[in-house]
Design a protein around this ligand. Structure first.
Ligand code: NAD
Length: 425
């Protein structure tokens, strides 16, 4: 245990947390009861028990999930998480967030999510491969380039996506790269995918700063989490002239009021088994203290429920841009609103990742590759347009950006449901 560095979690059930926001937005747009009932319930939840022969010859059985929350706008899209914390309610919440996220940025996908309850760090590469292939075998009727398209999430990456692509292709009898995104570039992955989420966080931060009349030059920021999303967000925010005064990971947080050189911090992490442990270019503080720093922009980019009813009142940032999924609990929303803190919600701020996943799928289907410059240009445009749409809704209804994002998304999914009828996959 990391002592006082461990953040106390509120015990909010993630699906309930999603539903609370949905309820508020549904009331604002006057969603009728029938539409409410259809849109809140996941369309499909599949639970499988995956037998895997471990390296010691014994067979272990792992619990795996795939939830399709809604497929009104197109095939369901969402990552697969490998973690001991995976449970059905978490996967249901993450799948629903994907539905709203895809609708907010206007890409033709529904929402899905998957997970396997396992500890990938304690498993060998061979065990992970057998687990991933068996999970794919059991999900072959769920997955498909026109049905349900997985991607990486916590604990999975390009290698797992390559195994899924290969196993699925064998099962259907032809090469099907578009069944999964986040693949290695050589297998049909997209340029710009690795940077996509952090880049979207940067673009949304710039849009939000301009609404508050704050120049990015010299604006201070603290970033929680230094993995894919946190480190790339920090690097790109610094590239815009912002001063990154604090960064963190599981080893703790590091604060320097004169600014941290993010490129050096990334190089340090990469040469230090992926962690910031022992980083000396900043004073060591706790992750809890990082969240409460007086900065212009706070970027939580680690995990769920970091800002909750216990610490929300002590947050001093002018703005929160949510790189992680679900970093703020529903009960904290009200406190942040009361304090006048602008929150750019996860389903908008971190949607750059799924946007470039969509571009990967488009390229696979065309059998063509885009340049990095084209990927960035199109993704930036999608993010800016989505931000303006959500901002306009927040002004129109006089509501927070979070509820405005739900309003935009629910209106769109409900409209399509009306046009199509009660579509059940
Ligand atoms: P990652 O595994 O690359 O990085 C996670 C980082 O958080 C690591 O630096 C880890 O040390 C740190 N961390 C973990 N627990 C922490 C704690 N208690 N306090 C402080 N730091 C902690 O994961 P990622 O891909 O960067 O994802 C981070 C979040 O962003 C997740 O919520 C994920 O669902 C979300 N997200 C990721 C993407 C993507 O494209 N990778 C897209 C959208 C949303």
């Amino acid at each position: 245990m990391a002592g006082d560095n461990v953040i106390k979690h509120s015990s909010e059930n993630p699906f309930e947390s999603m539903k609370k926001r949905f309820d508020v937005a549904a009331k604002i747009i006057g969603l009728d009861e029938s539409d409410y009932n259809v849109l809140i319930a996941p369309q499909k939840a599949v639970i499988v028990n995956i037998p895997v022969t471990m390296d010691d010859g014994k067979v272990r059985v792992f619990e795996g999930f795939r939830v399709v929350h809604n497929a009104n706008l197109g095939p369901s899209k969402g990552g697969i998480r490998y973690s001991m914390d995976v449970h059905l309610d978490e996967v249901k919440a993450l799948a629903a967030w994907m539905t709203w996220k895809c609708a907010v940025v206007g890409i033709p996908y529904g929402g899905g999510k998957g997970g396997i309850k396992c500890d990938p760090r304690s498993m060998s590469k061979g065990e992970l491969e057998r687990l991933t292939r068996s999970y794919t075998d059991l999900m072959v009727d769920v997955f498909g380039p026109d049905k349900d398209i997985p991607a990486p999430d916590m604990g999975t990456g390009p290698q797992e996506m390559a195994w899924i692509m290969d196993e699925y292709s064998k099962l259907v009898g032809h090469s099907t790269p578009a069944v999964v995104t986040g693949k290695p570039i050589v297998l049909g992955g997209s340029l710009g995918r690795v940077e996509a989420t952090g880049r979207g966080v940067m673009v949304s931060t710039r849009s939000a700063l301009s609404k508050l009349g704050i120049s990015p030059i010299g604006a201070t920021t603290a970033v929680q989490g230094f993995g894919n999303v946190g480190s790339i967000s920090a690097k790109l925010l610094a590239s815009q002239g912002m001063k990154v005064v604090a960064i963190s990971d599981v080893s703790g947080a590091y604060y320097n009021e004169n600014g941290i050189n993010v490129e050096e911090a990334i190089a340090y992490r990469d040469g230090n088994k992926g962690t910031l442990e022992g980083f000396t270019a900043g004073r060591k503080i706790t992750n809890a203290e990082l969240l409460e720093l007086e900065v212009d922009v706070l970027v939580p980019a680690a995990m769920e429920d970091q800002i909750n009813e216990e610490n929300a009142d002590r947050i001093k940032a002018k703005m929160i841009v949510e790189g992680a999924n679900g970093p703020t609990s529903a009960s904290a929303d009200e406190i942040l609103n009361r304090k006048g803190i602008m929150v750019v919600p996860d389903i908008l701020a971190n949607a750059g990742g799924v946007t470039v996943s969509y571009f990967e799928w488009v390229q696979n289907r065309l059998g063509y590759f885009w340049t990095e410059e084209r990927v960035y240009r199109r993704a930036d445009r999608v993010m800016k347009t989505a931000f303006e749409g959500v901002y306009a809704a927040s002004q129109k209804y006089n509501i927070s950006m979070r509820i405005a994002a739900y309003v935009v998304a629910i209106e769109k999914v409900a409209e399509v449901e009306k046009l199509r009828g009660k579509f059940g996959l």
